[in-house]
Design a protein around this ligand. Structure first.
Ligand SMILES: C[S@@+](CC[C@H](N)C(=O)[O-])C[C@H]1O[C@@H](n2cnc3c(N)ncnc32)[C@H](O)[C@@H]1O
Length: 166
């Protein structure tokens, strides 16, 4: 929605039909037309899509259960157009209010906290085709479901795909 409000034609993808339905409702409530902000239900581990995009954002790709996080992250890079950007934002530390989920499924590696280095290692980008623009941890204030405020740490990785040589 933020991208659409800043002039992009944005496509949001999530495996959860509930998440997609909520996003659609929120976008329409904000007056965003479907040609500015559209949302798709898809499993990104199997997404069959030959379109390319000027910007691909992976926003907090953390989940429970059987989940090929590395495979999905690598696949996202294939959707970036020449000269376009891939932005990966993930939890460097988890919100204190997410602790119950983590404790309930402590062996789930997909809850692993990230670093710029670990995300770049997962992405396995070809250095001859990608330029690293940002690889850092940033702090932000966030408010949890009970109104509790915490400072969260996010891993931020931004890479640019160089134009293919003809
Ligand atoms: C921590 S939430 C982040 C939600 C949202 N992107 C954000 O930044 O607030 C992780 C999301 O990943 C989605 N997800 C998990 N596995 C997925 C998959 N295979 N394909 C697409 N989305 C997936 C979940 O449904 C969930 O909405």
């Amino acid at each position: 929605m933020w991208l659409a409000e800043h002039g992009w034609q944005a496509t949001g993808v999530d495996i959860s039909a509930v998440a997609v339905s909520r996003a659609e409702q929120a976008a329409r409530a904000r007056g965003l037309a479907t040609d500015r902000a559209r949302f798709l239900v898809a499993d990104l581990a199997k997404w069959d899509n030959d379109q390319s995009y000027d910007l691909v954002v992976s926003s907090f790709l953390h989940s429970q259960g059987d989940f090929d996080r590395a495979g999905i992250l690598r696949a996202t890079s294939q959707y970036v157009a020449d000269g376009g950007y891939l932005l990966v934002i993930s939890h460097a530390t988890f919100p204190p209010w997410a602790q119950a989920h983590r404790d309930a499924d402590a062996k789930d590696h997909h809850h692993d906290e990230t670093t710029p280095e670990s995300e770049l290692e997962l992405l396995q980008l070809d250095p001859s085709s990608w330029v690293l623009e940002i690889a850092e941890i940033r702090s932000r204030e966030a408010t949890g479901p009970e109104g509790q405020v915490a400072t969260l740490q996010d891993t931020v990785v931004l890479v640019r795909k160089t134009a293919t040589q003809s």
